[in-house]
Design a protein around this ligand. Sequence first.
Ligand SMILES: NC(=O)c1ccc[n+]([C@@H]2O[C@H](COP(=O)([O-])OP(=O)(O)OC[C@H]3O[C@@H](n4cnc5c(N)ncnc54)[C@H](O)[C@@H]3O)[C@@H](O)[C@H]2O)c1
Length: 308
Amino acid sequence: MRVLVTGGAGFIGSHVVDALLAAGHEVLALDDLSTGRPEQLDPRAALTVADIRDRGLTALLGDLRPQAVIHLAAQVDARRAALDPAQDADVNLMGGLNLLAAAQAAGVERLVFASTAAVYGDPQRLPVAEDDGCRPLSGYGVSKLAFEHYLRIAMGNGGPAATVLRFANVYGPRQDPHGEAGVVAIFGARLLAGEPCEIFGDGAQARDFVYVGDCARACVLALQPAAAGGTFNVATGHMLTVLELYQRLGRLTGSAAPARHAAARPGEIQAICLDASRIQSSLGWAPEVDLDEGLRRTVDWFRARSLG
Ligand SMILES: NC(=O)c1ccc[n+]([C@@H]2O[C@H](COP(=O)([O-])OP(=O)(O)OC[C@H]3O[C@@H](n4cnc5c(N)ncnc54)[C@H](O)[C@@H]3O)[C@@H](O)[C@H]2O)c1
């Protein structure tokens, strides 16, 4: 298939490009390079530097003629979304709608959307299943959930057959350690550099950490006809506390420095993990890289980068 990956120069996007190429697809990437890095994109994927909010997107997609779009381009910083929800909605909702209209006009058949566990808010039970109800606590979660609904409506009106993937906390090589999103990347890079790490509150917050290569594989599987119209969690179903994560990364990096504890962040969800049985039974996806292996690969990557 001829597949366009928006956000293709980003952390997850660049791995999705790799997985698509490995599966034999023809791959195009679109990214405004606001956080993406072209040097991590496989050169076999032609990169178009463009903003998903650009009015010229319809003409652009008309020229590129993708059969499928995997939409990962986004404003991904939940703290920034809290400070400036209009900016978040401008990229994640208005940009998404602009892309959707362009995809529809260009006759795109399939669209896979990278959504998030943030759509659920504070879970009523663990692990959270797709139908458990969504009550996002952040502007980021609201804009992602709203776009899920727009996709569903568009599909009923002749739009592309859409698949929603709700990722848990994704980690792995190429994650930006300077952003706000990835605690594994932040701790890993700082521990290797001998810099102090900060844990908000007591570190008992627990999250579901899923390896980026597994998420990329889920994106490729989501192109199959059986995935059309579906919403799927992409997660391990297991939880690790931030403190445990810090200790594991300390052992892997050889750093014994204790973390500093800063004030807890108000409104932070205490514990969340997602039930991934639907994607397992429908698409045959299961995580293949366990936490030990995934953290080791991530630390190795940061170590090689700091030496290079
Ligand atoms: N990392 C996670 O834990 C996680 C969890 C759940 C969902 N997601 C979703 O996965 C997707 C990828 O996230 P990521 O972690 O790889 O972040 P990332 O910042 O590395 O990737 C986002 C990419 O989108 C590009 N981009 C941003 N705004 C754009 C715009 N207006 N036009 C075109 N390109 C634009 C950026 O340059 C970047 O390359 C996002 O949609 C994010 O919401 C990520």
